[in-house]
Design a protein around this ligand. Structure first.
Ligand SMILES: Nc1ncnc2c1ncn2[C@@H]1O[C@H](COP(=O)(O)OP(=O)(O)OP(=O)(O)O)[C@@H](O)[C@H]1O
Ligand code: SF4
Ligand SMILES: [Mg+2]
Length: 385
């Protein structure tokens, strides 16, 4: 247990490079009550999908969100885009002039929350969200399920143009669609425009998914496991395409993945999520070279080892039990029922079991929420001040 010189608890403080930040974001889904529960007036229960998440994304970042299935990655991404409504918290976004102009045109005054002119997207009423779709887009995991099988590629890409009134004439729209297809290297575009999704390979379909996300010229993309359903052989191609487009079009990404090998390849910053919360965050290289949270260590140990001589390692992943339900979150550190370090540190167990650790800066820009780091008494005193 090291002494703590000064304790720095994470707060996302926007600066001139920030594009987006979330502060204590929560998205809980109510669970439908049974008839007897209603009669008994049992309290409502919730799935705590996102449960107090804070981070900041800077212009040009590929900010990775990683963690096991069900930890809340997709819900975080969807909440940021307001495809799902948050329960509480702030979603700060720095709007381009184009967005402000469109809101002005329809007589909407957005909720500005700081001196940089950031807007709290969480507080924008649903009926004014449409212009935001031009700024922020999503690339889905499933290139098979996310494209309408009954529409041609042209129709799929034309649809957002019609909804947002981009390209007044049909000729203009054909031109925009052709350029979008060229951008994602589906060339010549005429060869692809009038095909249906089933007439494309998985990689080509995901290129259409990317073209659809980019056709309205957004600046911010949530990419939700965009390569996890693709053949290993074409994953690198799609990731490279995404990086080329990022450079060319000045994009900023949140990149969701459960695969740390993919995170290492594409992200510059990384947040590790566990049961709706970030447990470790910082520069990707640093986290993967020097993981500190026991859960991150377990995830890294679980990366499959290509060398057959080292396959044994996979059996020694330092984690126990199953992922608890996001309905009944364990008290204290939510990872404690599965944590091997908990067993090894009886002197910490009373903290681990009862007090939720905050994200603390352990080394420069490397944040960890675990009682193994710092003096728990000092940290608790400081947090409660
Ligand atoms: N619309 C919903 N209604 C109720 N519960 C939901 C809803 N969407 C997600 N959940 C629950 O919220 C939790 C987080 O789900 P989410 O899809 O965000 O996880 P994930 O990290 O993206 O997982 P995966 O890696 O499998 O995609 C899960 O317990 C899930 O069952
Ligand atoms: S706070 Fe305790 S239980 Fe949680 S990860 Fe750290 S050592 Fe394990
Ligand atoms: Mg998901």
């Amino acid at each position: 247990m090291a002494e703590t010189a000064s304790i720095n608890v994470y707060r996302p403080v926007p600066d001139d490079k920030t594009v987006l930040f979330v502060d204590n974001l929560r998205t809980w889904f109510p669970i439908r009550r049974s008839f007897t529960e209603v009669i008994r007036r049992a309290p409502r229960r919730y799935v705590h999908a996102v449960d107090g998440v804070s981070f900041k994304v800077e212009e040009g970042d590929v900010f990775g969100l990683a963690g096991e299935s069900g930890c809340g990655k997709t819900t975080t991404g969807k909440t940021i885009l307001r495809l799902v409504d948050p329960t509480s918290g702030v979603i700060g976004y720095r709007p381009r002039k184009r967005l402000l102009d469109e809101w002005k045109e329809i007589g909407y005054e957005p909720p500005v929350i700081d001196k940089y002119g950031d807007i709290d997207i969480a507080r924008v009423p649903s009926k004014f969200l449409k212009p935001l779709r031009k700024e922020m887009q999503i690339i889905f995991q499933d290139p098979y399920g996310s494209l309408n099988p009954r529409a041609t590629i042209y129709k799929i890409l034309e649809e957002p143009l019609i909804i947002h009134r981009v390209g007044v004439t049909k000729d203009e729209r054909v031109d925009i669609v052709a350029r979008a297809l060229e951008e994602v290297k589906l060339t010549p575009p005429e060869d692809f425009m009038y095909r249906y999704p089933h007439m494309l390979s998985g990689g080509q379909r995901q290129r259409v998914g990317i073209a659809r996300a980019l056709i309205l010229q957004p600046r911010f993309i949530v990419a939700d496991e965009p390569v996890s359903m693709l053949d290993v052989s074409i994953r690198a191609e799609i990731l490279e395409l995404m990086m080329d487009l990022k450079k060319k079009l000045n994009l900023t990404y949140i990149f969701i993945t459960h695969d740390l090998a993919v995170a290492r390849y594409i992200t510059n910053k990384l947040a590790i999520m566990y049961l709706g919360k970030i447990v470790e965050m910082g520069e990707t290289r640093r986290i993967l070279e020097n993981p500190m949270h026991p859960y991150t260590k377990a995830l890294i140990e679980a990366i499959p080892e290509p060398d057959p001589k080292n396959r044994e390692r996979i059996r020694n992943v330092p984690i126990k039990g199953e992922v608890p339900s996001a309905i009944n979150i364990p008290p204290g550190c939510r990872f404690h029922p599965r944590c091997v370090s908990y067993d090894q540190h009886p002197e910490l167990q009373r903290y681990c079991r009862t007090v939720e650790p905050s994200l603390i800066e352990i080394e420069k820009n490397h944040w960890v929420s675990c009682w193994l780091y710092g003096n728990p008494e000092e940290i608790i005193k400081m947090i409660r001040k």
